[in-house]
Each structure stands twice: as C-alpha cells, then as structure tokens.
Ligand binder design. Structure first.
Ligand code: SAH
Ligand code: SF4
Ligand code: F3S
Length: 452
C-alpha cells in the first residue's frame, strides 16, 4: 500500500472543467493520492483554469499567486496548473510564476499520472500542452473520500469547430472529437452502479456529437442512454441553435427520462450582431426552433447565455436582445459582458463598446431576467413537481430543522421540509412529489405530497 498523499483541486470555469477535475482525482489514485477539501493538507495542488473571459483568467493567476507563500513554507508541495489558461499560456506561466511545477493542457488528463511521476522522479518542471489526446478509455477507480453525487457530468465530446468570433474555446480545447457511445454507456453504467441517478451529457455543441466520426447521432446516443436501468434523468449542455435537429425535438417527445429543460444559448437578439458573432442562425430561425420544441413539450424550461457589449453593438441591437428575451420568456439567463480574448477574431473588430455602456446594458438585462424568471416561476404555484433530491438545503425549516433540496425536471431548485415523522431518514437520490407553495425568482418551495 502506497502512503497516502493529498490532492487539492481548485476548479474555475465550465462543467467540462468540473468533469475533468473529477478525472484528475480518479487517474491520480493509483499514485497514492486521495482528495482533500483542505488546501493546507495538500501535497499536490492542481488549479484547473478557464480562459473564456479575462476575469476568469485573472482568477486563476490570483489563486496561483497565493500559492507562492505556501510553497516557500513547504518546498515539497507540488503546484500544477491545468485547463484552458494552461493550454493558452504554456511555458509563459512559469516565466511569470516560477513556483509552478507542472503546466498541462486540456487534452493531457490521460497523461497526468505520467506527468506527476516524471516530476516526482526528476524534480524537473513539466510542461505538456500537446493537443494529442491520451484517451481515458476506462473509468478509473472512484475517489474513496468523496460521496457519490446524485447528479453528475459525463463529457461525450471535446473541443469545438464553430469559431464564434468572440470565443477562445476552439483555440484552447482544440477540434471537436467524440467519444464512442460504448465508452460513454459503460461510464454511465458504472456511475449508476455507484448511486448516480442523473447525468448531464457535456460538449461545447452536443448536437454535432458523433457526426464527424459517423459513429452515432446525438439523439440516438440519448436513446441509448435512456435504456440504462436505474438512471432516472438525462440532461445535456450545450446545444448550438444552428444544429438543433428535428430528430432531437422528436427525442424530447419520445424519452421520458430526458428532462424538461433546454439550455440553448442565443448570445444576442440582433441579426446584425449574430452575423458578426459567426453564429450561423438568425433570430427568426432561433424562435422557430423554440416553437417546435414547445409544440412537443409545451412547458419546457428554456435558458440561455447572452453577451452584452459585443463590438459594434448599438442601443438598437441591444433593444432587440431585450425584446427577444421577452419573446422567448426565458426561465434562466446567464448574461456576460463581452471580453476581448486572444486568438478570437473579434479582438480586432472596431467600435468597441465603452465599459460603462456595457455595464448599464448588463444591469438592464439582469433586471429583465429577474422579473421574467419570477413570472415563469409563478406559474408553478400549486403544481406538483417530481423533485430529485440532491441533499439537505442550507436553509432551515420553520422549526429550525433542516430542509431537503433538489431539482424539478425543468431544472428549478425546489426546497421542502421533511414531514415530522421521517425527519431522520435520508431521502437523497429519491424522487419526491412536492406541491409548490412559494415561488421565488430563482427557486421554488413546497411541501411533499406524501410521507416518504
Ligand atoms: N459552447 C457553448 C458556450 C461555451 S462558453 C455555446 O456555444 O453555447 C460559455 C458562454 O460564455 C458562451 O455561451 C458565451 O455567452 C460566453 N462567452 C464566450 N466567450 C466570451 C467572451 N469573449 N466574452 C464574454 N462572454 C463570452
Ligand atoms: Fe465558443 Fe461558439 Fe464553440 Fe460555443 S460554439 S464553444 S461559443 S466557439
Ligand atoms: Fe472556460 Fe475552457 Fe470551459 S475556457 S468555459 S473552462 S472550455
């Protein structure tokens, strides 16, 4: 038995980084690493970074900056940087922060054990940002310390071929490559055997899953995943509006396990802006897709990402964004201020929008989002929602006892108290019918219909 060493992973960025961070823990187990939630206990710290906006990149460097003092106190500590900023900056990271021992890119997770071992054996800094994937064709052992979550992510494809003009992702994640359906199914079956009830299938553009390789379409993958016994719910992210096929809409009609929610980022409501963003769809075609979805699932929840202040965005363009938000009636919106990114063509676009205008637009959009989300949530009053319980809520009930928290199929957070007779039993992972009594802009509250 190897002596236990502790690994601390700090994750910034999207769900794919969360998935990758989980993999780091799993692939490093055979080297004797166990996860710790305590930074001071760590022998190896991995900072998994995001480069999508300047702020995310700064967050990574500010965290790494704090590690200098720790490294001075404990020279045996190994500091590693992974993810999208690592891929983007490579050796420049160590020129700026010489206390970083390992820099590894977005396709290096499979090589991580060899990278860490090489550093331990030689003490020589390792920089590995080659884009050749070392596929993880098996599910490495589960991290013994971590509790199995009810809901988890499964990356089905990596990279992106879309080259939206503002976006750095294709440059730091490389070209689109899909995992085989067999590999994905095996992973999900293993997760379900561990107690997972819900999976979110991840890709930058899941609609083009398998097309390049000709292995399986995304709707057919959903059909295969839906046949896995014991799996209760399936979600996916992210879907690109230009590739949302009629077959995917049909799958929503066929598959009960497919949740009643779609995240379909539109980015802007103005055709002029969409064109310069290289999104390859129009406002009208986007609305058409949503209408077709709603014909199959009338109460499907729809959420989106939105960028404000894209170069050249006029007041009129922004008004069209607000108008589209009202037309669709989103259930949730992630709104971002446009940020110049290296490699992305929009860096060179003229007519940059001043910071104060961008901020005002963001505030206006968020105000509208809040009122619309409240309206959409108000419609849930008195409805009975099937809630997949994820664990205890942080909020207390009226008597000071705990409440349970989970999500509806439409991805709404629902909190509810346990009925008096079963306060002690653990209902994590169960689906409970809850009658909704209170509707807040970003969550719902209700009471269970039956005892457990
Ligand atoms: N592949 C997904 C999005 C991945 S990035 C898709 O195409 O929908 C997540 C979100 O970050 C994007 O949807 C976009 O809204 C935002 N984003 C990307 N680049 C950005 C930039 N340069 N400035 C501001 N927001 C950006
Ligand atoms: Fe970026 Fe566009 Fe690819 Fe999404 S689809 S990751 S926004 S380039
Ligand atoms: Fe960020 Fe990389 Fe994801 S840039 S959003 S962590 S793909």
């Amino acid at each position: 038995m190897l002596p236990v060493k502790y690994l601390y992973v700090y994750t910034i960025g999207c769900q794919m980084n969360v998935y990758d961070s989980e993999m780091f823990g799993r692939v490093l187990q055979p080297l004797g690493y166990a996860s710790t939630p305590d930074l001071d206990q760590a022998d190896l710290i991995i900072v998994n970074t995001c480069s999508v906006r300047k702020k995310a990149e700064e967050k990574a460097f500010s965290f790494l900056g704090r590690l200098q003092a720790m490294k001075k106190k404990n020279p045996g500590l190994v500091v590693a940087m992974g993810g999208c900023v690592a891929q983007q900056e490579g050796a420049r990271v160590v020129a700026r922060m010489p206390w970083v021992d390992i820099v590894f890119g977005t396709r290096a997770a499979g090589r991580l054990p060899a990278i860490v071992r090489a550093f331990q054996e030689t003490g020589n800094r390792v920089i590995d940002i080659t884009m050749d994937e070392a596929p993880i064709e098996f599910l490495p052992p589960k991290d013994a310390v971590k509790k199995t979550p009810v809901s988890t992510f499964v990356t089905i494809m990596r990279g992106c071929d879309n080259f939206c003009s503002y976006c750095i992702v294709p440059y730091v994640r490389g070209r689109e490559t899909s995992r085989t359906p067999e590999n994905i199914i095996r992973e999900i079956e293993a997760l379900v055997a561990d107690g997972v009830r819900e999976v979110t299938l991840l890709g930058q553009n899941v609609n083009s899953y398998g097309l390049k390789e000709g292995i399986c379409s995304f709707p057919d993958l959903l059909r295969k995943v839906a046949r896995i016994d014991g799996l209760a719910r399936i979600r996916f992210a992210t879907s690109h509006p230009k590739d949302l096929s009629d077959d995917l809409i049909r799958a929503y009609g066929e598959l009960d396990k497919l949740c009643n929610h779609i995240h379909l980022p539109v980015q802007s409501g103005s055709d002029r802006v969409l064109k310069r963003m290289n999104r390859k769809y129009t406002r009208a075609s986007y609305i058409d897709r949503i209408e077709r979805l709603r014909a199959v699932r009338p109460d499907i929840a729809v959420s989106s990402d939105m960028i404000v202040g894209f170069p050249g965005e006029t007041d009129e363009d922004f008004e069209q964004t607000l108008d589209l938000v009202k037309t669709i009636g989103y259930d949730g919106l992630f709104a971002f201020i446009y940020s110049d990114r290296p490699h992305a063509p929009a860096v060179k676009f003229p007519d940059k929008v001043p910071e104060d205008v961008k901020k005002k637009r963001l505030e206006a959009l968020l105000r509208l989002e809040k009122s619309l989300s409240q309206m959409r949530n108000d419609a849930y009053l008195d409805r009975i929602e099937a809630v997949l319980v994820e664990g205890r809520s942080k909020k207390a009930d009226a008597d000071g006892g705990f409440q349970w928290s989970g999500r509806s199929s439409s991805n709404k957070v629902v909190n509810f108290p346990a009925p008096g007779d079963v306060k002690g039993s653990d209902i994590t992972g169960r689906i409970i019918d809850v009658r909704i009594e209170r509707c807040l802009p970003h969550s719902l509250w209700g009471k269970p219909l039956h005892g457990f």
